[in-house]
Write a new protein. Structure first.
Length: 103
């Protein structure tokens, strides 16, 4: 994360968000699998191998956002966990919208 700069932060964020969507258009089953995984219960995510994967994703996303705060690009007056939940909710809403219009 230390390599992210004021100039590379948002383009990197956009790329990280865009790539899974582009791969999903090439392989639609992938999008469905990701959506299904996002709906698993917290208890299910505590079991391996899902627990390790879920923790890696959350740790990466939280580190990314913390770096954005360090750079002054993401507000720092709110806990990073709250910001993460906001972004996750927005992402989920976007995914639902896209799934309804997949055709």
């Amino acid at each position: 994360m230390a390599t992210l700069t004021h100039g590379t932060f948002w383009p990197t964020f956009a790329e990280l968000h865009c790539q899974p969507l582009l791969r999903s258009f090439e392989q639609p089953w992938l999008f469905a699998a990701i959506r299904a995984a996002s709906r698993l219960s917290p208890d299910t995510l505590k079991h391996e191998p899902l627990a390790s994967i879920a923790q890696q994703i959350v740790t990466y996303a939280m580190s990314f956002m913390a770096r954005g705060q360090e750079l002054g690009l993401i507000r720092s007056d709110l806990p990073v966990e709250l910001l993460f939940n906001w972004i996750a909710a927005l992402d989920s809403a976007s995914d639902m919208w896209l799934l309804e219009r997949w055709e």
